[in-house]
Design a protein around this ligand. Structure first.
Ligand SMILES: C[C@H](O)[C@H](O)[C@H]1CNC2=NC(N)=NC(=O)C2=N1
Length: 97
């Protein structure tokens, strides 16, 4: 698919997303918050952004540890939509931490 990012492009984008790691198969970040309700509140806000963008992260919740993974499933890899979503997730996490 045309908008799939190459390994070099993903590496370059990760330079601006310092809490994220990954490769062309997906990018992710893990964050520890103060409580389980804090985690759920962040997930709720991310859900609203995901609906707005019509682009949804994979989310793993383990008590106070929250992991997001962004990949464009329909394209089979990372696209600019994942980079945009990751930045929006960072905005939410920053305001919650
Ligand atoms: C119809 C709708 O645009 C698609 O099902 C969207 C919804 N959200 C999505 N989110 C992600 N991460 N990958 C997708 O391929 C995807 N597809």
């Amino acid at each position: 698919m045309a908008d799939l990012l190459t390994a070099d492009a993903v590496r370059e984008e990760l330079g601006g997303l310092t809490d994220w790691s990954g490769d062309p198969t997906g990018i992710g970040r893990t964050v520890q918050l103060g409580s389980f309700p804090d985690v759920i509140a962040v997930v709720d806000r991310v859900a609203a952004v995901a609906e707005e963008l019509d682009h949804h992260p994979d989310i793993d919740i383990r008590w106070r540890t929250l992991t997001f993974r962004c990949v464009t499933h329909s394209a089979g890899g990372v696209t600019h939509r994942d980079i945009e979503l990751a930045g929006r997730i960072d905005d939410i996490v920053r305001s919650a931490a």
